[in-house]
Design a protein around this ligand. Structure first.
Ligand SMILES: NC(=O)c1ccc[n+]([C@@H]2O[C@H](COP(=O)([O-])OP(=O)(O)OC[C@H]3O[C@@H](n4cnc5c(N)ncnc54)[C@H](OP(=O)(O)O)[C@@H]3O)[C@@H](O)[C@H]2O)c1
Length: 344
């Protein structure tokens, strides 16, 4: 059980902090977007149909307050998080403090379906499903508009023309302002983009010291070592495509689920990178979380890390990323330590 916390008003986000970093691609469209995003997957309790409780609301309130304190304005949801309860709890916060909605950039995702009578867990980017899922998110959040809707994962059965119709309908009805994707590579974005009458504005995928594939794709594609990370080849050109098209890259698993920021590494292979993260944190007087996120933010794509912690202290520690610009040498030292061997 979480300690019940008062659910009073939220402090104003510190826009001086949000604007301290060089501009993000997304700030061209949504100027209030912060360099760090807050991921709401940890809100709302367990992944089942049990109703959320007042403790979950208090837990969410403390996490959102901590995120606002470090200047976060972009809040990332998905219809599936805690089976809809993350959005419902967040909606409850906005009902209790309606001014919150106008101070944030609200993003959600759709396209993943849990197993039901019609089939196993699957992806569904049909026109009907996208529209119905977005409308359900709006109902749970208790708002009339999403600022951004992402397609959560590529669906092998997708028809880009159908997706274009869904996007147009949601935009014309004022239900969604902008659209993006998640976990898609450059070829998939280009394929989808051809049918759309508006640009994709975000691609959110796994990236960080715990998941180097999008970077490895560029550094080892013509090297035999690439075989060590077979998944990386699928990501070839994805960061470059986003940079060329002005698409905001958002990194999930940005804290690598604690693999490098705690006092011990569960996997001995992570120990060199964990020690280096500690050393850099001490050298620069910042938190270990700050180092992990600064590593992502040093990339010229102006990556927006999505913070997945729901502990207020850890969320606040993430704010240190805004105080740190890693040198090229430090960035490569972390990269090498995390990949476990020198570059070719
Ligand atoms: N698009 C997608 O397919 C996709 C997939 C997954 C996630 N996401 C989004 O990205 C956000 C972040 O993703 P994530 O949760 O995978 O990544 P993350 O930020 O790397 O990990 C967060 C998790 O790691 C734990 N953690 C962090 N540092 C720790 C430490 N030093 N010691 C112990 N535990 C530690 C956190 O626990 P505490 O809460 O206790 O701090 C939390 O459970 C999500 O909230 C969601 O919005 C998107």
């Amino acid at each position: 059980m979480h300690q019940a916390a008062p659910c009073g008003s939220f402090a104003q986000p510190d826009l001086r902090i949000s604007m301290a970093q060089p501009s993000l691609p997304l700030q061209q469209l949504l100027p209030a977007t912060s360099p760090l995003a807050f991921g709401c997957m940890g809100l709302g309790g367990s992944w089942d149909d049990a109703p959320y409780t007042e403790d979950h609301v208090a837990h969410a309130h403390a996490a959102v307050e901590a995120a606002l304190d470090i200047g976060v304005t972009l809040f990332d949801h998905a219809d599936i998080y805690t089976r809809g309860k993350a959005e419902s709890v967040f909606g409850e916060l906005m009902r209790r403090q309606p001014s919150l909605r106008d101070r944030i950039v609200l993003q959600s995702k759709c396209g993943i379906r849990f197993a039901d009578d019609e089939g196993p867990k699957r992806f569904d980017l049909s026109r009907e499903y996208i529209v119905a899922a977005a409308e359900a998110s709006l109902r749970r959040l208790g708002t009339e508009r999403l600022d951004i809707l992402l397609l959560h994962r590529p669906d092998p059965l997708w028809e880009p023309e159908e997706i274009a119709l869904a996007f147009r309908q949601l935009r014309e009805q004022g239900k969604v302002l902008h659209f993006g994707v998640s976990n898609m590579n450059a070829a998939q974005m280009a394929w989808l983009g051809r049918s759309l009458d508006q640009p994709l504005v975000v691609n959110q995928f796994e990236m960080g010291l715990g998941h180097l594939e999008p970077i490895e794709a560029g550094t080892t594609f013509n090297d035999g070592q690439a075989a060590a990370r077979p998944g990386s080849l699928a990501w070839s050109g994805t960061l470059e495509h986003c940079q060329q098209q002005g698409i905001q890259v958002q990194a999930w698993a940005s804290l690598a689920r604690g693999r490098f920021s705690g006092d011990t590494a569960k996997d001995p292979a992570d120990e060199p990178a964990r020690r280096l993260v500690q050393e850099l944190a001490q050298r620069h007087g910042v938190s270990t979380e700050g180092v992990l996120l600064a590593w992502l933010m040093r990339h010229p794509a102006r990556i927006q890390p999505v913070i997945g912690s729901s502990q207020p202290a850890r969320i606040r520690a993430c704010g240190d990323a805004l105080k740190l610009t890693l040198t090229r040498g430090e960035w490569y030292a972390l990269y090498e330590a995390a990949r476990g061997r020198a570059l070719p």
